[in-house]
Design a protein around this ligand. Structure first.
Ligand code: ADP
Ligand code: MG
Ligand code: ZN
Length: 486
């Protein structure tokens, strides 16, 4: 810890009294605080735990006050990791914070306590607002600044070969008044092949699943799902080398039906076990008995990159850039969360609804995955989409290019579908201003939403590039014209 922090007896009193000092905290929180003092008693020598400020699957975060040598008091965030966390995992999280943290919008670490399997990471406390609470009142300038600083944090950690894997607003603290930002939570971080974080190298072993291309079990396992409203069905087919090669010969242009037919032929030829659930709304026993491909898929479904959703084994720092793109889309459209998906296939359909099914299928092919979509979803114009969702234009989310297949929906139908689909992606409309009353429009105008430069949508388009190899890196994104004055 910072040498200015001293152990003082002031706080080393009975835990009950300590938590009792504070009004307005629930009994549950009080008892959690008491359990923390009991589990890691040395905390009490330095800190008075005031409140619980975060609770996730893997940790609880508390606000603690410490008295410094000069008599002043300072606030800290104390992250108590769940005792079942893997020791290497914990050490890797700490190492990310110590090596990359404390600068460039990345949270630093002050100290760490351990008693038996309990670990508490002490960080400077940063007051912050939840995006969900302020999204309706953010100005465009604030959004621009937010994304700029997020990209700056990403550029920094990516330079160390850290893939964060859980980029979302809850993990990027934002103090609106002070205009300060901090990336937190390296609990799911992984290293690139050349990572500078030693302990992330040890984690590489966990995730590299041996993948034998020609193993029968590893052939096409398919997941099939239906979105209830749209009944657009996606199947993710893991191609064998043969299928992948052959599928390159498929007419690339368009049409689920064509792709599906050809795929079926391929399967018939190369697989002893024939799957019969293709293009149906169930998964057959053949598919259920197939081994799933193992690939990292940590994170939150709505922020997961297409290559994560399709379990592509080669995932890099580009997955964080995708998540930043989703956040940008959310902030530009005023909808949070933007994508809300219960599973990966639903998440993939939602991405296709915005980015287009043809584009998704094509990009997936580039990273070795065959995605089959039963119906063509046209790519949407991001500017029109965002402005429509912000209530700045009448419902007219136009597909970028005309659907050309005779079997598919007419222009008019496609547009209607898109309009219906977009608000469905997130059920959080109630949290954002949606009415287009004149007063609201005026407020929004003052916030710069009537003069959003096209560069913003251009950057968004490049962050949300389905193909990770052509997606902008964080460093490249910072050079984008949108940020020329920053
Ligand atoms: P988890 O792995 O449980 O998600 P995080 O590290 O993301 O843990 O922390 C959970 C929450 O605690 C954050 O979303 C944030 O609200 C709060 N938090 C974490 N670190 C700090 C900090 N240094 N200062 C203030 N709040 C923090
Ligand atoms: Mg978190
Ligand atoms: Zn099947």
């Amino acid at each position: 810890m910072d040498s200015s922090v001293v152990c003082t007896d002031t706080f080393a009193t009975d835990a009950g009294v300590k938590s009792g000092h504070k009004k307005n905290i629930s009994r549950d929180v009080e008892s959690d605080i008491e359990s923390l003092y009991k589990a890691v008693p040395q905390i009490a020598k330095t800190f008075r735990i005031i409140d619980k400020i975060g609770e996730g699957t893997f940790s609880s975060v508390y606000l603690g006050e410490a008295r410094l040598r000069d008599g002043s008091r300072e606030m800290f965030a104390l992250k108590h990791l769940i005792p079942t966390s893997h020791p290497t995992r914990i050490a890797a999280e700490l190492q990310c914070l110590t090596v990359a943290g404390g600068r460039e919008n990345v949270m630093g670490v002050e100290y760490c306590f351990r008693k038996e399997d309990h670990v508490v990471i002490v960080m400077p406390y940063m007051e912050h607002q939840a995006i969900v609470d302020i999204i309706g009142s953010l100005s465009f300038e604030e959004v621009r600044l937010y994304i700029y600083h997020l990209l700056k944090a990403l550029k920094h950690i990516h330079q160390f070969g850290i893939i964060h894997r859980d980029i979302k607003p809850n993990n990027f603290l934002y103090n609106r008044k002070a205009k300060t930002f901090a990336l937190v939570d390296f609990g799911l971080a992984q290293g690139t092949a050349d990572t500078q974080i030693e302990l992330l190298k040890d984690l590489v072993g966990f995730r590299k699943a041996p993948r034998s291309v020609f193993s029968e079990k590893n052939l096409n396992s398919c997941i099939s799902t239906c979105t209830t409203k749209q009944e657009t069905k996606t199947q993710l087919v893991k191609p064998t080398k043969t299928v992948a090669l052959s599928s390159r010969r498929l007419p690339t242009a368009r049409g689920g039906p064509t792709t599906v037919r050809n795929q079926k032929v391929q399967r018939g030829v190369h697989q002893p076990l024939t799957c019969n659930c293709f293009q149906t709304d169930r998964v057959c026993n053949v598919c259920l008995s197939r081994k799933q491909q193992v690939a990292p898929r940590a994170g939150t479904p709505g922020f997961r990159a297409p290559e994560v959703l399709t379990k592509c084994p080669n995932q890099g720092t580009a997955i964080d850039v995708w998540s930043a793109g989703v956040i940008f889309l959310s902030l530009l459209s005023g909808r949070y969360p933007f994508f809300k998906a219960s599973d990966d296939m639903v998440a993939l359909v939602q991405i296709m609804t915005i980015r287009g099914s043809r584009e998704t299928v094509q990009a997936a092919k580039a990273f070795g995955k065959t995605v089959v979509c039963s119906r063509e979803l046209p790519r949407l114009d991001l500017k029109v989409l965002c402005e429509t969702l912000r209530g700045r234009r009448a419902d007219e989310v136009k597909p970028i290019d005309k659907p050309k297949l005779e079997c598919e929906a007419s222009d008019e139908q496609a547009q209607k579908q898109a309009c219906e689909a977009s608000p469905q992606l997130s059920k959080s409309q109630d949290k954002t201003p949606k009415d287009s009353s004149r007063q609201n429009c005026q407020v929004r105008d003052e916030q710069g939403w009537d003069t959003v430069p096209d560069e913003a949508y251009d950057l968004l388009d490049h962050l949300l590039d389905i193909n990770p190899t052509s997606r902008l890196t964080a460093a490249q994104a910072l050079q984008h014209p949108l940020f020329k004055h920053l």
